[in-house]
Every structure is written in C-alpha cells, then in structure tokens.
Write a protein that binds this ligand. Structure first.
Ligand code: SF4
Length: 392
C-alpha cells in the first residue's frame, strides 16, 4: 500500500509530502524525504518491547497496576520529559500531575537549553515558514546547523544548498562556534566561540543602533559583525533562527529579544527557534493553554503554580524534593531511566499513531498511522494510569 502526504516525525520541520510504501506492516520504501527521514523510517523495526518490572518482563496490565500502586503512594511526584512525545500525551501528563498534586516540567533534548528562566515562544508574535519563504530576503542562523539537524529547512525556505551559483535567494548568514555544512554555503560566516556570543550580540546591537561600542571583541570579529549589521539594516524582511547553542543563558536570550525589538523599530524581523527536540514547542503550548505557564508547574496547592526557581527538574532533583520521577518522551534522560524500577514501552511517535506535533513555527500537524501499533500510545498509558490510580 502506498500512503501519500505523510508527515515526517524525524525533525520539527514536519515535512508533509512524503510518500511511504507499507507492506506486511513494514515500511518498504520512502520517497520525497531527506536521507535522515529515509534512514529513520527504514530502521523502524517491528519488534514488540515488553513491559519490565525491576528488569523482569511482565504483561502490560501487570506493569500498569504495579506502577499505579507505586505512584499512588508518592507525595511529591515529578513528571518530566515530554519533549519527544505528542501533544495528546502532554495533555494527559498534565492531568495526571494535577490529580496527584505533583510537579511537571519539560526537558528538551539539550537540557541546558532551558537553564534560563524565560520561555517566551508561546507568547511571541511569530510567522509561518510559508511567510518566511515568500517574504524573507535575509536569514540569520545563530548557533545551529539546519542542513544537519533539519535537512529540508533551507530548501523549504527557498535556498537550494546544491546550487553553487548564487541565484536569487535570501541572503544567508551563519554565526557559529565551528564551521558547519550550513556555514559552507552561507554568504557570510562568522566563526565565534560560544563564550563570545554575548559580547558579539551586544556589539551587533550597538552597530544597529549606530552607537559606538568599544567592547572586548577582536578587530576581525568587529569587522564581520559590522558587515552583518549593514546587511541586516539593508534587509526588507529578515528572520533570525536561534539554535540551542545560542540559547543557553538568560542574558543571551534577552540580548536576542532586545536585538529583535530594536530591528523591528525600523525593519521587519522575526525570531524563530531552531530546536532539535521534536515537540518541545508543543509541550510549551499545551502547558501554557492548560495551566497558564509553559513549564515548571506544581499542583500541590490544588491549582497550578509556576516556579522556574523551584519546580524545574534540575532544582527538584538537586534539592531532593521529589519522592518519585515519571519520565517519558525523553529517551535522552538516561541519567534517570538507568535505575527505573518500571518500564512501559509505547508506540513509535508519528509512525504507529495519529499524533499532534507542533512545527518550529508553532503550527500543529497531525501525523499518520502507518503501521499497526505493537504497544499502546503514551496518551493511552497515562490515561489508563490515572484511572487505575483513582481506584487505589
Ligand atoms: S527535513 Fe526533517 S521533517 Fe523533513 S523529511 Fe527530513 S527529517 Fe523529515
């Protein structure tokens, strides 16, 4: 069977034009996809993973009942992860945290990405990738390599990486700490160490505001940043994509916002995140419209309380303020999962279930169910768990 217009769940570009051939509940062929997606789809094995209790295989019902018994005795449960799962599961996770009076926090693929206490994406005015493609004449990637992490993003935005000859396309600028595949095709590449991102942004803001900034930067950086400021000032509509490497501190993040505000006094500029976690943005959106806050929420008082200094995973674990951790949608959280007493496998997101995932421009997409699931979805597990706990 050939399925068309499949949404790809392997990065948050969420390309929706893939053609997938399925036979005997196996994916045989993938077309209209990048190599990363082809590899991801074709490596989707059909092995059914068993539920485990203390590393011993048990039935799903048994594991669920054991888990509900354990969780019902916890007074300070933390539910975390959620960045690699769908929005249906994120909603169920919030309901579970609320019913148990616990805490809930999102953890992106690169946890340091969220170590500052500002999470603006659900509150920002934004633009769609379609708008960027049709309107932008200037693209700046700061601290990210989209050709590797989001292989079809540049073609989606009207830049063909294979064409050597400069055709009519948006000006492409990359600022990063190392040369990357994207920097190799950029019109301007500024190689600058991560520690210098902050002074570089400060210098750039001063240049854009036509003020003098002596700063501590080397002259070669100043020259290139001056050229970048000129390019930005000459743009009609520009977009700054902020990679995870450039989003590691509150100060740096606020510099990006100030630069963005400053640019919008006289030019049209937008800010978009270049995040590797598939549905971190979806998690922030769901948390915001369900609790009023984007992450680090606690329900122990019976209503949602936001505590970016108190209820983030790192704070709660460091201060030993939790007596149980339930992680899901975060394969990278191995530092907690290694010692898991209970393990419940679920479906492969976007392949075995119809899921809602948010693209990097905050547009929700529905993925297709290509294969019959070998396990329940994460939303089903969480819902069953909540019902089971209510009986305890
Ligand atoms: S760019 Fe991303 S979403 Fe598009 S096909 Fe490749 S992996 Fe999938």
């Amino acid at each position: 069977m050939i399925i068309e217009k499949v949404v790809c769940p392997f990065c948050n570009c969420l390309c929706d034009t893939l053609v997938v051939e399925v036979e005997d509940n196996k994916i045989r062929k993938v077309e209209e996809a990048c190599p990363k997606a082809v590899k991801g789809f074709l490596n989707t094995g059909r092995k059914k993973i068993r539920s485990l209790v203390n590393s011993y295989p048990v039935s799903f019902t048994e594991a669920l009942s054991r888990l509900s018994q354990v969780l019902s005795t916890r007074k300070q449960l933390l539910i975390c992860g959620l960045a690699e799962t769908d929005s249906e599961a994120q909603m169920e996770a919030i309901k579970l945290a609320q019913s148990l009076g616990g805490s809930i926090d999102l953890v992106p693929f690169a946890p340091e990405f969220k170590k500052f206490h500002l999470s603006p994406w659900p509150l920002l005015p934004t633009c769609t990738l379609g708008e960027v493609k049709h309107k932008a004449d200037f693209l700046l990637f700061w601290g990210g390599d989209p050709l590797t992490s989001h292989p079809r993003l540049l073609p989606l935005l009207g830049i063909n990486p294979a064409k050597q000859k400069r055709e009519k396309r948006p000006t492409l600028v990359v600022v990063d700490s190392i040369p990357t595949a994207t920097s190799a095709i950029a019109d301007l590449f500024i190689e600058i160490q991560e520690e210098a991102f902050f002074p570089a942004l400060t210098f750039l803001r001063a240049e854009l505001g036509e003020k003098k900034n002596s700063g501590s930067l080397k002259d070669e950086y100043k020259l290139k940043l001056g050229k970048l400021a000129q390019m930005m000032a000459g743009a009609r509509y520009g977009v700054i994509f902020v990679g995870e490497a450039a989003w590691k501190s509150y100060c740096l993040a606020s510099q990006f916002f100030k630069a963005w505000q400053q640019l919008n006094f006289r030019l049209g500029f937008q800010l978009l995140p270049l995040i590797e976690s598939l549905n971190y943005l979806g998690g922030e959106m769901v948390m915001t419209w369900q609790t009023g806050y984007p992450y680090a929420v606690n329900f122990s008082a019976g209503y949602p309380r936001f505590g970016p200094q108190e209820y983030t995973v790192d704070r709660l674990v460091k201060n030993q303020e939790v007596d149980g951790i339930l992680t899901f949608g975060a394969d990278h959280l191995t530092f907690y999962a290694e010692d898991a007493e209970l393990f419940l496998p679920s479906v492969r997101l976007g392949i075995e279930t119809e899921s809602t995932i948010y693209r990097m421009d905050q547009i929700p997409f529905s993925t297709s169910k290509l294969l019959s699931p070998g396990n329940p979805t994460q939303a089903q597990i969480l819902q069953a768990l909540r019902e089971e706990i209510s009986k305890c």
